[in-house]
Design a protein around this ligand. Structure first.
Ligand code: NAP
Length: 268
């Protein structure tokens, strides 16, 4: 059979592109290594548009590829409005495990908009044989217990909660943060401006040089700041570990970037 058109029959034109499929738009609530890694992993995919949102706490943040927006949304309604107004198709809450308010806002925004939400949360740390850890429910409880554990503290809980320790005149503090602390701080304090990851050698050296006899940390999890725990174990010093705050119920969780990518591939 001939494929030639008969006289009078319309000539087939060049292939017309089909109706354009709008790219998926993933909003990553960021501020963590995992958030950056997720944006990096999605960057080569032309069918995905990525926007990473940062709170704006750090003066010179390391920026991931893709779109960036900086600053609060103005509460739950503001976040929901942004999601709808920017045709967001998926939200990944990749904020720090201690960014409690933002995680609840993200969950409330899902309820308002119906746009699916995933929480990307790295697993917490667990004590190993030889560790001397005491868990607390809050920074305030850690501050209350601290004088009973040591007098030269390595405080790695971030500059925002430093005021919680400001009333402790007898403890000497080594504070490590990305930006300089502001607001009330303890009277005996040395600040070390540094951004992780930190190596085991870094941490051993700090603990020895400053004669640290107690470490205070949040249960942030992840590998970038874990060597301090190994160094504390080796130096035989106690660690006060602040437990993670509660998370919103019913939000699916991924504990790694590959698991988050699988969720994004599965959830239309
Ligand atoms: P938070 O208490 O949960 O959030 C307070 C407010 O900051 C939120 O209500 C929201 O303002 C704004 N916000 C938080 N994360 C945001 C984001 N990714 N994009 C836009 N706005 C955001 O949070 P936080 O503990 O202050 O932490 C702030 C940021 O620092 C987070 O993104 C977190 O990932 C990062 N971080 C926190 C810690 C920590 O220990 N808390 C450690 C490392 C990094 P609106 O209500 O106006 O939207």
């Amino acid at each position: 059979m001939s494929a030639e058109p008969r006289p009078g029959q319309a000539q087939p034109g060049p292939l017309q592109p089909g109706p354009e499929v709008p790219p998926r738009h993933v909003l990553i609530l960021g501020g963590t290594t995992e958030a950056r890694q997720l944006a990096q992993a999605l960057a080569p995919d032309p069918s995905v548009r990525v926007t990473t949102s940062l709170a704006g706490r750090v003066t010179a943040p390391v920026l991931p590829p893709g779109g960036i927006r900086i600053g609060g949304f103005g509460g739950i309604a503001g976040l929901a409005g942004w999601i709808v107004g920017h045709d967001v198709t998926h939200v990944v809450d990749a904020t720090h495990p201690f960014a409690e308010r933002m995680s609840f806002h993200a969950s409330e925004a899902e309820a308002l908009t119906g746009v699916p939400l995933l929480a990307l949360r790295r697993p917490g740390w667990s004590p190993q044989p030889g560790d001397d850890w005491t868990f607390t429910d809050s920074l305030a409880e850690a501050a209350e217990l601290l004088p009973g554990f040591g007098s030269r503290a390595f405080l790695t809980t971030g500059r925002m909660g430093l005021h919680t320790f400001a009333h402790l005149p007898d403890t000497w503090f080594l504070v490590r943060s990305v930006d300089p602390p502001t607001g009330p701080v303890p009277p005996r304090l040395e600040t070390l401006l540094a951004r992780g990851p930190f190596t085991l050698d870094d941490e051993r050296e700090l603990i020895a040089r400053h004669r640290i006899d107690v470490l205070v940390t949040k249960d942030s999890g992840g590998s970038a700041t874990a060597p301090k725990l190994t160094a504390a174990r080796e130096a035989d010093i106690p660690v006060l570990v602040v437990r993670r705050p509660p998370v919103p119920q019913g939000v699916p969780e991924a504990d790694s970037v590959p698991a988050a990518l699988r969720w994004l591939a599965e959830v239309a």
